[in-house]
Design a protein around this ligand. Structure first.
Ligand code: ADP
Ligand code: MG
Length: 692
């Protein structure tokens, strides 16, 4: 089957060729217009589309359809209805109306609404997103939808993402108009590189922590870690290769442009990346990718760990968010032009991104704040929690020179224009890499490296789209009515470069010097989720999102609350799981093993054999086991959560619970290195990382 990828690609998708084949010409035309231009769809068109979709789905084995949506949990949700419709003679016919395609009413009550439901009568309904194609999975027709409440509050991640796309479209077009360009649309793109770990399913099931929390809460370092660097881009093991092959095929059938796959830095860690598409479609596809990775792993006796930090001391998993903007005419706006005049426009868009990241670094940081990602950011393997930007040596040099020109200008008057003429060709420079930077320019896009592997990319791209829309709007306003756009735009870009200099950092982001330097520069260093999330709900953030029409004030607040609660629930659950493992598995094992050594010692002593080292072992084991019990009691005491608001509870988890968990783990991990493997209650790091 895989021989002909072109043939299987999109075979389970109601895509353009299928629509063209199955829809009347006029219907097809108006649907395509809706998809491309965002025009409103007529219900009579929806009726025809629904009919064709149903026939196609049934021919392909479907019995059900579902409105597929993305609640604020960051996961996807679905409720399946069959196509059956009873008839008078008590048989059924298969039906699917335009109304059923366009709108659905899932029971919204068990999805998080961050208090929205209390404030409003928030029954939810789902609304078809025709820009993301319907597809078939497990004998159901999946219809991508938005999810909103009857009073209009957004209950999902897709709706605000679409709004943020509209915001950037509007703002970028305003800027382009100044240059005499009038593309139909400006689109935000993303190509997410998805990292993940594979683990043998049977071994994973023996560990309560992996089973319940997705990460190991205990585990001594393996003898062979990742220091050998022999895994990155290394040969792919057969079982893994077979898994990857099936993943690709499944994704291709679903119309996902799965492109690149390779081993990552850590043992048993891998990556899959698609060809980029719009932020909306890429988000849907990334959700599908995560789901397919899990599902296919199961077919191969494997389990796919999407957690940001499944193993302590081993690299975590991120999701590099390669972001750019381009016009419907195919012009990438963050690609340096061939001629200096084109470069003025490029420099202006570049300036907009730089200003956006500097002005809203705290909100961008908050968009990647999760309990899982806290273990990764700043851990000398992922970018630091400090947001900064890397431009590459060449572009940084250009920007630097321009800033200096500007300084000269005040003295001599007209150097700016000369500046435009003397702008060098800025070549695409993709070899230039700085893996320690959270937001790096890579030739025609920016790579945001802070997102966590398990996160939906919706929230991240809502923020990037919105902050860049905001700075583009400001730029367009400032340049409105310009008589000499080349000169004025250039001047403004250079001014922005100078004013936002502090966000550019081309050095080593992992170094301690950078932490100090960043502090001197006045950059944020929001180390953890409880530090970061208050910034998401601050007035500055509310002003931004309301101005750009992406969230209302209530929506910003509820989202912040939901993210905070997610953090709190995650840590809470980890704490309980840890206690259970420590009390029911680790402690008994330590007691048993200590007794085993003690008895061995006693019998030797009875025979008159001197075994001082063994006695020392018994003492050491006893001492550590006592310590383990003390720390279990301390963590037990910490389970008494103060009755305060979510943000204060978050601080409690950070300041009281997590340190208690860390120290309990430390003792348990030391014991693991001393206790016989026979007695140890669950698979070790070596088993998990190397038996894949
Ligand atoms: P690397 O690991 O070297 O950074 P990959 O090939 O693994 O690169 O992934 C790069 C990702 O960036 C891919 O998903 C690719 O489609 C995406 N990408 C390339 N160009 C753009 C662009 N202009 N806008 C958004 N994403 C892009
Ligand atoms: Mg890559």
């Amino acid at each position: 089957m895989s021989n002909n990828v072109a043939q299987i690609f999109g075979s389970k998708v109601f895509n353009l060729p299928t629509m063209k084949e199955r829809l009347p010409k006029e219907t097809y035309k108006s649907l395509v217009k809706t998809i491309n231009d965002g025009t409103k769809l007529d219900i009579s068109v929806a009726e025809v589309v629904a009919h064709a979709m149903k026939d196609w789905a049934i021919e392909n084995g479907c019995t059900h359809y579902t409105h597929w949506f993305q609640p604020m949990t960051g996961l996807t949700a679905e409720k399946h209805d069959s196509f059956i419709q009873p008839t008078d003679d008590r048989t059924v016919i298969m039906e699917f109306s335009g109304k059923e395609l366009v709108m659905g009413e899932p029971d919204a009550s068990s999805f998080p609404s961050g208090g929205l439901r209390a404030t409003f009568e928030a029954r939810g309904y789902t609304a078809w997103d025709p820009t993301s194609f319907a597809f078939i999975k497990d004998n159901s027709l999946y219809i991508p939808t938005s999810f909103v409440s009857y009073s209009g509050e957004v209950l999902d991640k897709k709706t605000p993402l679409l709004r943020s796309e509209a915001a950037i479209d509007k703002a970028a077009k305003k800027v382009l108009a100044l240059f005499g360009k009038h593309p139909k649309r400006v689109v935000a793109y993303v190509g997410p590189e998805q990292e993940y770990f594979l683990v043998d399913k049977k071994l994973r099931n023996k560990r309560k922590d992996l089973l319940l929390t997705g990460r190991t809460l205990f585990g001594a370092k393996p003898a062979k870690g990742q220091e050998m660097d022999d895994h990155y881009f290394g040969q792919i093991k057969e079982r893994v290769a077979n898994f990857m092959k099936e993943v690709d095929e499944e994704l291709w059938k679903l119309g996902v442009f799965a492109k690149t796959k390779h081993n990552e830095v850590a043992p048993a860690q891998h990556e899959i990346a698609p060809v980029f598409s719009t932020t909306n479609i890429s988000t849907d596809h990334n959700q599908l990718t995560m789901e397919i990775l899990k599902k296919v792993a199961d077919h191969h006796g494997l389990y796919c760990l999407l957690h940001e930090k499944p193993y302590e001391g081993i690299n975590g998993s991120g999701k590099h968010n390669n972001w750019s903007i381009g016009t419907s005419d195919g012009e990438l706006l963050l690609r340096p032009g061939k001629k200096p005049e084109e470069n003025v426009q490029f420099l202006l868009f570049l300036a907009a991104v730089i200003k956006a990241i500097d002005d809203y670094a705290d909100i961008l940081r908050a968009s990647v704040a999760t309990a899982g990602n806290d273990h990764r950011l700043g851990a000398n393997e992922a970018p630091p929690a400090i947001i900064s930007m890397y431009l590459g040596d060449q572009l940084a040099a250009v920007v630097d020179r321009l800033k200096k020109h500007k300084d000269v200008k005040s003295a001599t008057g007209d150097l700016i224009e000369t500046g435009v003429d003397s702008l060098p060709d800025i070549e695409r420079d993709t070899t230039d890499r700085n893996r320690t930077s959270p937001f790096a320019f890579t030739g025609n896009r920016f790579e945001f490296r802070a997102p966590g592997s398990r996160q939906s990319i919706a929230g991240i791209n809502i923020v990037i789209n919105t902050i860049v829309a905001e700075t583009l709007t400001e730029i367009a306003d400032e340049l409105e009515g310009s008589k000499n756009i080349q000169k004025d735009a250039f001047e403004l870009a250079v001014k922005i470069f100078s004013e936002h200099d502090r966000i550019i950092f081309n050095g080593n982001g992992y170094s301690d010097e950078w932490i100090e330097e960043a502090e001197r520069r006045g950059l944020y260093n929001l180390k953890t989720t409880p530090d970061a999330l208050p910034h998401f709900v601050a007035q500055k953030s509310i002003d931004l999102f309301t101005k750009q029409g992406v969230f209302t004030e209530v929506e910003v607040k509820t989202r912040g609350e939901i993210m905070m609660e997610d953090y709190n629930n995650t840590v809470h659950f980890e704490m309980l799981t840890m206690l259970e493992m420590a009390k029911q598995e680790i402690l008994p094992a330590c007691l048993k093993y200590t007794n085993f050594v003690a008895e061995d010692y006693s019998s030797k002593k009875a025979l008159g054999i001197d075994a001082p080292k063994e006695l020392e072992r018994v003492k050491k084991l006893t001492e550590l086991t006592e310590e383990l019990m003390t720390k279990i009691d301390a963590l037990d005491a910490a389970t008494d959560i103060p009755d305060v608001d979510a943000y204060a509870v978050g601080m409690y988890y950070k300041e009281t619970v997590l340190p208690a968990m860390d120290t309990l783990r430390e003792t348990a991990d030391t014991l693991e290195t001393m206790v016989s493997k026979e007695f140890w209650p669950f698979p070790t790091y070596t088993d998990l990382l190397y038996l894949v």
